[in-house]
Design a protein around this ligand. Structure first.
Ligand code: NAD
Length: 241
């Protein structure tokens, strides 16, 4: 029980990686406040539904988790959306959605959480390999993930002195609704596409949500006490070229 007595907030808790993070945190003894648009039915110590595009909700989330749990030690900014297309295929709505959920919301949550977090606490943001080296046809998504990776590095430096470690994970492909609905929209059978994609990964398969959740848990725990401002790639040996 590495996280006994710790109190954690997880955004995107209803999604693939988020649900795995919630299970992993609770299995290690943490009390967890779950945030997503719909959180009914998720096993957790506090439920904080809402839309991260609402600035008041994002601004208030850390304090709400702190109130509900009686403290806050860990914040996992995991919620994300993927918009596809080159710049000339990207609508204003795509821009607002991607920047709003992937960059502005974690910025607002971190800004509000930092004054509440005690020494020895941790924030983990979920970036992407595509934020480190972009792939084709997803210009704004890649940009938002580069932005959150950079913001993590900046915050990691700026708040280390307060005893708050701020890091990010950068997954490559993960078998979650985000990836699977993308295949389905493009007319591919998700199971076949996931199996085919797995053949391109040196470890022989794409990631399961638990593969990412375990690294997030490590970064949130005292085992990562000297890691700060890092963006850790979790890619099965397949870096984006
Ligand atoms: P997912 O779609 O399964 O989960 C994302 C969750 O975020 C959903 O539950 C969704 O409801 C929530 N969310 C989105 N917009 C929201 C809003 N406006 N308000 C509140 N909640 C909102 O996706 P996932 O694959 O589990 O993604 C988790 C994170 O991992 C994301 O940041 C994503 O960019 C990142 N990531 C995923 C992959 C992948 O291949 N799946 C690869 C690299 C990075």
């Amino acid at each position: 029980m590495k996280l006994q007595g710790k109190k954690a907030l997880v955004t995107g808790a209803a999604g693939g990686i988020g649900a795995a993070v919630v299970r992993a945190l609770r299995a290690e003894g943490a009390a967890v406040a779950v945030a997503d648009r719909e959180v009914a039915g998720i096993e957790a110590e506090a439920h904080l539904p809402g839309n991260l595009l609402d600035p008041a909700y994002a601004d208030g989330l850390a304090a709400a988790a702190h109130r509900a749990l009686g403290g806050l030690d860990i914040v996992i900014n995991n919620a994300g959306v993927i918009t596809r297309g080159k710049v000339d295929e990207t609508s204003d709505a795509d821009w607002d959605l991607s920047v709003g959920v992937n960059v502005e919301a974690p910025f607002r949550i971190c800004r509000a959480a930092i004054p509440l977090l005690p020494p020895g606490s941790a924030i983990v943001n979920v970036a992407s390999c595509w934020g480190l080296r972009p792939g084709p046809g997803h210009a704004v998504y890649c940009m938002t993930k580069a932005a959150i990776a950079s913001l993590t590095q900046c915050m990691g430096m700026d708040h280390a002195g307060s005893g708050i470690r701020i890091n990010a994970v950068a997954p490559n492909e993960v078998n979650t609704p985000m990836l699977r609905t993308g295949f389905a929209k493009r007319g591919f059978d998700p199971d076949t596409a996931v199996a085919e994609l797995g053949k391109t990964v040196p470890l022989g398969r794409i990631a399961d949500p638990e593969d990412i959740a375990d690294v997030i848990l490590f970064l949130a725990s005292d085992a990562a006490r000297y890691i700060c401002g890092a963006v850790i790639e979790v890619n099965g040996g397949k870096p984006v070229k």
